[in-house]
Design a binder for this molecule. Structure first.
Ligand code: UT7
Length: 334
């Protein structure tokens, strides 16, 4: 059976920086609260009509293709993870295929929120293993800022989320010693509504929302039971990382770099402590970008790689937790 490596990484974030002080001018919040509770100092929010979930994905993909040093025509398949697609349907995978100028290759959309990139990576891994494809473009991209409640009512959610995209070229490994060792996927649908955007949806179609209270209807904004999500996250992250280590006969001391989904710096620090990892074994960049959901792991991985923190032969662990609830991990011999 083949194994799959990540041959190239790329990311893209909008140029518009929004600091905590900027937010305090539009809602009742402050730098101290946001920094203390989340570690976030600033995030990128789209402020141009030209940018979208698929346009950011396009830029991230071009960077990943360049990093992988492959011809884009060698890409066999696209897997696109997002909770903020350009349209309700079709998903943005097909738009990315068109914008990249690729032939009629398949494009799959993944709806697993913060765990979306690891779920997508797991799918790519299976296709490479079986020999069905040789080069797969895996993307996570999110345009949150247009849909957040930026009043004091929505401050518990809106200060956390940022826009951005990350992409990976997942390819057939040239050597059996390198590649994705295993992926581990979990879900617990009983908590679906603890972190969700209920409307617009088929349960809450647009006319129903607008015939009612219109834009005042809270259903058009994401809802998060923050404390509840936090408690589950700090349990599930260590569990799913431990599962990946155990499956491959490793211990946490073997990890060269853990890239946790950038949900909250406090969650990452809690996980680091629980797993007894040193500072240099964990990569965080939430301070600059906020929580970019499906994009957070590929953005962080691309930055870490650029900074020389991900090298051939390293043991890299990716882990995520979020809406669904879903959680997932991947262990990679780079
Ligand atoms: O990526 C997907 C998964 N998501 C996560 O993992 C997020 C998990 N949850 C969290 O990170 C945290 O729960 C938050 C950062 C979202 C919130 O932190 P918290 O410590 O759970 O705060 P809280 O929601 O319990 O709110 C505490 C207080 C409240 O005021 P009172 O009722 O104590 O007077 C809130 O109204 O802080 C208030 N508050 C704010 N104050 C200033 C909530 N948001 C803000 C804000 N600025 N932005």
């Amino acid at each position: 059976m083949n194994s799959a490596i990540i041959k190239g990484m790329g990311y893209y974030v909008p140029s518009n920086v929004v600091t905590n002080d900027d937010l305090s001018k539009i809602m009742d919040t402050n730098d101290e609260w946001i920094t203390e509770r989340t570690g976030i100092k600033e995030r990128r929010w789209i402020n141009s009509k030209e940018e979208s979930t698929s346009s950011m994905a396009l830029e991230a993909s071009k960077n990943a293709i360049a990093d992988a040093k492959i011809d884009k025509a060698a890409i066999d398949f696209i897997i696109f993870a997002t909770l903020s697609p350009d349209y309700y349907f079709p998903g943005p995978g097909v738009t990315l295929q068109k914008e990249l100028g690729l032939d009629t290759i398949g494009a799959l959309d993944v709806r697993n929120q913060c765990s979306g990139f690891v779920y997508a990576l797991s799918i790519a891994d299976q296709y490479i293993k079986t020999g069905m494809y040789e080069n797969i473009l895996v993307v996570g991209s999110e345009y949150h800022s247009g849909g957040l409640d930026k009043t004091t009512r929505g401050r518990g959610v809106s200060v956390i989320f940022g826009d951005g995209a990350g992409a990976a070229i997942v390819s057939k490994s040239p050597s059996a010693d390198r590649g994705i060792l295993s992926t581990h996927l979990h879900a617990q649908g009983e908590y679906a509504e603890e972190l969700a955007l209920i409307g617009p949806s088929t349960k809450r179609w647009v006319p129903e929302i607008f015939n009612g209270k219109g834009l005042e209807d809270e259903a058009i904004y994401p809802y998060m039971n923050g404390t509840f999500v936090f408690k589950h996250a700090v349990t599930r992250f260590p569990q799913v990382i431990g599962e990946a280590l155990e499956k491959n006969g490793h211990q946490s001391t073997d990890i060269d770099l853990l890239i946790p989904h950038q949900a909250n710096l406090r969650i990452s620090q809690f996980v680091q402590k629980k797993m007894q990892l040193r500072d240099d074994q964990v990569f965080n960049n939430i301070q600059k970008y906020g929580n970019t959901t499906a994009a957070s792991i590929p953005i962080a991985l691309a930055e870490a790689k650029q900074a020389g923190k991900v090298k051939e032969g390293d043991l890299i662990c990716l882990a995520a937790f979020g809406s669904g609830f879903t959680w997932a991990s991947a262990l990679i011999r780079w």
